[in-house]
Design a protein around this ligand. Sequence first.
Ligand SMILES: [Fe+2]
Ligand SMILES: [Fe+2]
Length: 162
Amino acid sequence: MTVKTMEDLFVDTLKDIYYAEKHILKSLPAMVKKAGDKKLKDALETHRKETEGQVDRLEQIFKLMDVPARGKKCDAIEGILTEAKEHMNEIEDPQVLDAGMIGSAQAVEHYEITRYGTLIAWAKQLGHDDAVKLLESNLKEEKHADQLLTEIAESTVNKKAA
Ligand SMILES: [Fe+2]
Ligand SMILES: [Fe+2]
């Protein structure tokens, strides 16, 4: 699709995050499986479930916008997830692996946070109030997940790894 208007740009970016969320959803089970620390495993599994809900909310927004829910390849998330996979394959020490996975997961969260922040600002400007609410719900979960990962890293995982 050609982006001509702000409305087009909003939909185009919605497709980007939709693609990203679906890709994240596919990658999370492997991370849950590999996580050694119990708190980390639980946090990743909780966020996997949250991500299913996020995909759902995005589909609701597509419906509101009256456009088919379709992703657009997002090279940024592919790169972040490829690096995450490389870490998972390369790091042998399970405790260092946990620390590495938290780093990767936080890179994902920060990507999502920046995307949702932008989408919310644009949706507000365009008067898509229902979309704003749904996007804010997703953003809240991403921020919470990011915070939780920081806590897990600082309280236990980094110490054990070091
Ligand atoms: Fe997400
Ligand atoms: Fe997330």
